[in-house]
Design a protein. Sequence first.
Length: 482
Amino acid sequence: MYLDDFVSIENIENEAWKALENAILYYKGRPVGTVAAYDSSVEALNYDQCFVRDFISSALIFLTKGRTDIVRNFLEETLKLQPKERQLNAYKPGRGLMPASFKVVSEGGEEYLEPDFGEHAIARVTPVDSCLWWVILLRAYVVATKDFSLAYQPEFQHGIRLIMELCLATRFDMYPTLLVPDGACMIDRRMGIYGHPLEIQALFFAALRSARELLICQGNEDIVEAIDNRLPLLRVHIRQHYWMDLNCLNKIYRFKSEEYGKAAVNLFNIYADSLPYYELDKWLPRKGGYLVGNVGPSQLDTRFFTLGNLVAVISDLASEEQSQAIMNLFDERWEDLIGDMPVKICFPALKDEEYKIVTGCDPKNIPWSYHNGGSWPVLLWLLSAAAVKTKRPELANRALEIAQARLHYDEWPEYYDGKKGRLIGKQARKYQTWTIAGFLLAKELLQNPTLLPLVTFEPFSVEHTSRACEFELAQVDTMILG
């Protein structure tokens, strides 16, 4: 029992809100985001910056409380940081990319925002997920405020278009998925996720759906057509090739390799000896399943990655049956995925020689630490959203019950270590903003399920016309000018 076990839930929530307010970042007197962590006990490094992916949970909880100004300011200011010009300089960010983070710099009495596109990051990792999260957040802002005029402004339309061009245009492969390097998302260190990692594909799908609702058709016909072409292909590809349950495991177990031509069954030439069949056979429940971490040439990464699976549930990338199976997996493998601190970022951890080879002996990603099987409380809000959507709120309530007293007692750490999440992360910051916001947002979604449309969509249909296209151009102009 923790010393603070008898602190009321109301006091814990009040403390969380106070900490979130302390984390707000101001630029020229206006709130424009939240710093990654407000931990005065350690060196700030880049935790005093606003990260795009980190701000999402803060932005969503602000939207639920009518604090729309900070979200609008964030969207406007980050849009200004987006590169707009074509260039062939290898050391410059590509057109349409959004920064991983930004900080407020004061010089000579003047303030300006300094973006980081990965130039200063460990291993110089360029963020792929930032632009996807940005589009998803813009759509959430529009849903919350009904303020289509912001998204219809020419600069926002141009910003969305650039992101879509970046994702949909010239590429080297011929899959509907996005080819990305290692460390391009929440797992921003070497963890063997290069190729077509599930997290990016799920965010890509949600961003495509968001852009499809927000783009004005006139002048964007080519992009709208490209989105309409890609969405069904991406959905079928993920549902078919990334799905893993006992039935699929049996089929893969009997795959032939070195097949050639259109009649091939083993399309990606997966070699039987590369999969941990017997561990999967023991771990997979009869009525459970999940989307694997990565699929590519002779690559089937059978690790369970939480964020990708939960975003797939929320965005309808996973089918209704698959979504229920994913929630069944959480229920049946509770000790593995939830344990003493929700939620595991991935399972199982890389160990022994595999850990050394895949991570490069990363001392921060030792087995059951940080990205390598660590527990991240920020994922609570995604678990809650998925649980509400699948009508399984009891799962999220159980997880929150485990987390809330301890998060308060431990001073809201960034992540936890250990197979069951019993240890505060060795290098985890305290008062990590997305931990705080994720907790508050998880509770809010469970208490008020009507907020779910901020992050979910109407039933998917290729023929569905985007909301933007429902307005005549003259009406759009009126909204912008008015």
